[in-house]
Design a protein around this ligand. Structure first.
Ligand SMILES: [Zn+2]
Length: 77
């Protein structure tokens, strides 16, 4: 449980920040989900290493992780 302070602020648990790439300076958006609020990063991040990726990226991966995946793929085939 987290308590909201008098200014309406709340601390997002570390594990959730890490999992969703919510590092300092990342913009988030609040979505009214009917039964509660969904907080979502408005900036895309790599699903493997959590670094930020550019808007409009074809895959949800950074270039370094795409290169690693391609290398592994080429080693197997
Ligand atoms: Zn990555």
């Amino acid at each position: 449980m987290r308590r909201i302070d008098k200014l309406g602020r709340i601390v997002i648990p570390f594990e959730l920040r890490r999992r969703y790439g919510l590092t300092e300076g990342v913009k988030v958006e609040f979505l009214d989900a009917g039964e509660g609020i969904t907080v979502r990063s408005s900036e895309p991040f790599c699903k493997v290493c959590r670094s930020r990726i550019c808007d409009g990226a074809t895959f949800p991966l950074c270039e370094a992780c795409i290169a690693k995946a391609a290398k592994r793929y080429n080693e197997r085939n």
